[in-house]
Ligand binder design. Structure first.
Ligand SMILES: O=P(O)(O)OC[C@H]1O[C@H](OP(=O)(O)OP(=O)(O)O)[C@H](O)[C@@H]1O
Ligand SMILES: O=c1cc[nH]c(=O)[nH]1
Ligand SMILES: [Mg+2]
Length: 213
């Protein structure tokens, strides 16, 4: 597993505003979108491209173009949806698949998968799993298995904040034959007794969309 932590003053500034409990949902949504665009720069460093001959107004040249099959972005609902608009701005030609997963808060290492809308065959596709929080790592492992069962061999997870415990769990659980990368803005201190990231930012889904249960 390859881990990239964005070390950048702009990221640190935006993250601090994001974490602040007094930041309203409207600003929280904008910041998530801006942060994922900055992460996308690192996350897409190995995006497959092919030569593309074009003519500028001055001369012909061979440029680069995103290769087929198109990359696929998979937001993990709900909170991952908050990162979708930033990702599709950065890769407008990507396809989007959906995975609805929710932690069982009475047993946070368990997830309930309540929705999926993904191509059956992901062979040869570069996949980008987006979800703001990597806490116990259970959701990311389950989502990665889901994609791997469909043939995905190149998966990049883009999270805003990760916990060290979750990163360790993911590292242990992901099949080493998968090219697997995790890009995060910060690795926090620890999990609390409810498996929330400390200091974290609280429940990302609730801060984006409100408390529904
Ligand atoms: O690493 P884990 O311990 O699995 O926790 C991380 C998961 O928890 C949150 O989703 P949540 O279950 O709160 O669902 P929501 O997005 O609908 O709020 C978050 O968006 C991740 O999907
Ligand atoms: O801190 C956490 C842990 C899981 N899910 C969240 O949204 N936040
Ligand atoms: Mg939630």
């Amino acid at each position: 597993m390859e881990l990239h932590v964005l070390n950048h003053p702009l990221v640190e500034h935006k993250l601090t505003v994001l974490r602040d409990k007094n930041t309203p949902s409207s600003t929280f949504r904008e910041l998530i979108s801006e942060l994922v665009m900055l992460e996308a720069y690192e996350a897409t460093r190995n995006l497959d491209v092919v030569d593309k001959p074009i003519e500028t107004p001055v001369a012909p040249m061979i440029g680069k173009h995103i290769a087929e099959p198109r990359p696929i972005i998979v937001p993990v609902l709900r909170a991952g949806l908050g990162m979708l608009d930033g990702m599709t701005k950065m890769i407008p030609s990507a396809e989007v698949g959906f995975l609805g997963m929710k932690r069982d808060e009475d047993n946070p290492t368990k997830q309930i998968t309540y929705a999926n809308r993904l191509p059956e065959d992901l062979t040869g596709r570069q996949c980008f799993l987006i979800d703001p929080m990597l806490a116990t790592g259970g959701t990311l492992v389950a989502a990665t298995h889901y994609l791997a069962e469909r043939g995905a061999k190149d998966i990049t997870a883009i999270n805003i904040i990760a916990a060290p415990e979750g990163l360790k769990f993911v590292q242990e659980q992901i099949d080493p034959s998968i090219a697997f990368k995790v890009v995060v803005c910060a690795v926090d201190e620890k999990l609390n007794d409810k498996a929330y990231i400390v200091p974290g930012l609280g429940d990302a889904g609730d801060r984006l969309y409100g408390v529904i249960d």
